[in-house]
Ligand binder design. Structure first.
Ligand SMILES: NC(=O)c1ccc[n+]([C@@H]2O[C@H](COP(=O)([O-])OP(=O)(O)OC[C@H]3O[C@@H](n4cnc5c(N)ncnc54)[C@H](OP(=O)(O)O)[C@@H]3O)[C@@H](O)[C@H]2O)c1
Length: 327
């Protein structure tokens, strides 16, 4: 059936300025790392995208290698975009990235100008787009001069193939250097995408203050630790969960007795707040970032995230209980 976006889609969402740019991002963004490749049913992927947009989630995050197989999330997204969202392109922020292994040989990985420019061309073809809104360098490259990588980002903006650029997984000091180079080139860094959650608090040791100082926004990936910071695994490993899917990023070994004891403590704090654990985990990250970048396999998970926005503040007492629980 022809998709018509919900008329009230902008009412439930908050939009937050991204660093010192002109762009606002939704407090919740949707990532297509899982559940959009060829191994998933396209009708479920379509439903997730429609459901998210109907609730004001205007930002969809991709990368060249999302699948499996690599590239298939962009191809499937491109098809859904064409079939459902063609009338809404100017209401969407679509990002892609290059930085991890994408094709064979020395030019399909890391951070050379050769790789980044070719990869973005491929991503645009797969998605059927003339431009992405944000193009990221996906991870720092220890061998390529930072100037070369940043010049490639600047170049794609000048070519009109990306409106803004970002960095992902860069540690604080390298992010500061990269942001300085980009500013000198005249293409300020819009955003940084680090892994940040109750279980991954490293960005607080320097990165977040660098981003604040440089006027760069922040979007936190895996804010639910892939689903561990939810009620998903409280009573075992459901067969339809990421941990049961054979994902190398979330195996049953990750769910140790010690980790699950912490999850239970956090769950009790969330209950005291009248929230689900997933909601408390997102609200906790959102205190310090522009947007939380979630994944979802079901539309109800998107609803949980959006409902979180009704309760995003914490008392000092709650923050200290949370800090004690994750030690
Ligand atoms: N830049 C990078 O290097 C990088 C790396 C990783 C990810 N990312 C980006 O970040 C996005 C999000 O990553 P992520 O998927 O790891 O994020 P996440 O939000 O930490 O985990 C998402 C998973 O948690 C479970 N979940 C979500 N809401 C739930 C709820 N309310 N109740 C119970 N379970 C819930 C679902 O797992 P089930 O499948 O078990 O239902 C869902 O797929 C990616 O799609 C990608 O765009 C970027």
């Amino acid at each position: 059936m022809q998709y018509l976006a919900a008329a009230h889609r902008y009412e439930a969402m908050q939009y937050r300025r991204c660093g010192r740019s002109g762009l606002k991002l939704p407090a919740i963004s949707l990532g297509l790392w899982h559940n959009f490749g060829d191994a998933t049913r396209v009708d479920n992927s379509r439903e997730l995208l429609r459901h998210a947009f109907d609730r004001g989630i205007t930002h969809f995050d991709l990368a060249n290698n999302y699948g499996p197989p690599p590239g298939s999330a962009e191809s499937n997204f491109g098809r859904i975009l064409r079939e459902d969202f063609s009338g809404y392109r100017d209401e969407l922020i679509i990002s892609s990235k290059a930085g991890y292994t994408m094709w064979d040989g020395p030019y399909g990985d890391w951070g050379s100008r050769k790789y980044l420019i070719a990869s973005l061309d491929q991503s645009l073809k797969r998605m059927g787009l003339d431009y992405v809104d944000i193009f990221y360098h996906h991870r720092p490259d220890p061998e390529t001069p930072l100037e070369e990588t940043m010049r490639a980002l600047d170049h794609v903006v000048r070519q009109g193939k990306a409106l803004y650029v970002g960095l992902s997984n860069y540690p604080a000091e390298r992010a500061a250097q990269a942001a300085d180079i980009l500013r000198e080139l005249g293409t300020p860094c819009l955003i940084h995408q680090p892994k940040y959650s109750l279980f991954e608090q490293k960005p607080e040791q320097g990165l977040l203050s660098v981003l604040e100082e440089k006027g760069v926004g922040c979007i936190a990936f895996s804010p639910l630790a892939g689903g561990v910071l939810t009620d998903r695994y409280l009573t075992g490993i459901p067969t339809d969960s990421r941990a049961a899917s054979g994902s190398q990023f979330l195996t049953s070994d990750t769910l140790t007795a010690e980790k699950m004891a912490t999850v239970r403590k956090l769950n009790a704090i969330a209950e005291q707040r009248g929230q689900k654990l997933s909601q408390m985990a997102l609200a906790w990250v959102l205190r310090n970032v522009t947007s939380v970048l979630i994944g979802a396999s079901k539309t109800a998970q998107i609803d949980d995230a959006v409902a979180m926005l009704a309760n995003t503040s914490f008392t000092d007492e709650e923050l200290s209980q949370i800090a004690d629980a994750v030690v």
